[in-house]
Design a binder for this molecule. Sequence first.
Ligand SMILES: C[S@@+](CC[C@H](N)C(=O)[O-])C[C@H]1O[C@@H](n2cnc3c(N)ncnc32)[C@H](O)[C@@H]1O
Length: 299
Amino acid sequence: MRETGYSLVELANGTRSVRSATQAETFHPVIGPVAEAEALYVRQLRLRERIAAADGEFVVWDVGLGAAANPLTLLRCTRDLRCPVRLISFDQTLEPLRFALRHRLELGYFDSFEAPLTRLASGDGQTIEFSDGARRVSWELVLGDFPALLESTTIGGMPKPHAILFDPYSPASNPEMWTLPLFERLFGLLDPARPCALPTYSRSTLLRVTLLLAGFFVGRGGATGEKEETTVAANTPALIERLLDPPWLERARRSSSAEPLRQPVYRQERLSADSWARLQRHPQFAAAPSAGPSHGRPL
Ligand SMILES: C[S@@+](CC[C@H](N)C(=O)[O-])C[C@H]1O[C@@H](n2cnc3c(N)ncnc32)[C@H](O)[C@@H]1O
């Protein structure tokens, strides 16, 4: 079942997911698209409660639309709520979405969204609006290279998000989506008065240091299937249940892979002296007792 570089794979629990041959990666590889989206985004971010309590529309940035499992799961799990939802999806290609639509029956998560998604998949710059349960949904598609878009003036005029579903491929195969400049820009685009959380499936020290240095508060995220831990970042500690603590910081100092990527090239390096100094000044750690003497190389 291979077309345009994508194929369907059956996961251990019997669910189907999409695989990219070019990246040699399966989307939502452990427990499948719907279960992962429910655990990582909907339940972990308490999206039902946040959307129900929102004043006006609830804005979600969906970074890496892919086969649309994340935004569709979010919509399905909140469709009884009245608050309007505005989705803005970013991707550089519509191929995985078109592939998924052709295999909607096997994937099983399109439900009644097939018609709006077919319209969304029809081209660039699409904004579609439709009624979903008790509320209105507005869904904009922004097609192009996400790091380049962040550097453009277009992005500054977009509605500020309450939540970001951040789901590119892994840092090793998609390094341009995991650099410190990218997350600094993303953080700078948030509205400080609008609490916003960004969960992602990685729990790597490199990613967590990157998010902290970009300005986010960062915590341990819940498990998704076989992954015992994920990561949640936010522009306020109030949205994070388990903030990374000083013992984590000390482990990061000793890690052989903690220094953020500054260029879109994957590599593993220990923390630089400058990054270590900046981490210690981060408000998440600055109030905590000093991390103590170095156990590794002098910084
Ligand atoms: C793992 S898939 C996303 C799966 C998707 N969230 C879902 O629920 O089906 C990663 C997506 O990130 C997109 N992506 C990777 N690098 C990108 C870039 N530089 N700019 C925009 N999108 C990118 C890919 O095209 C791909 O669709």
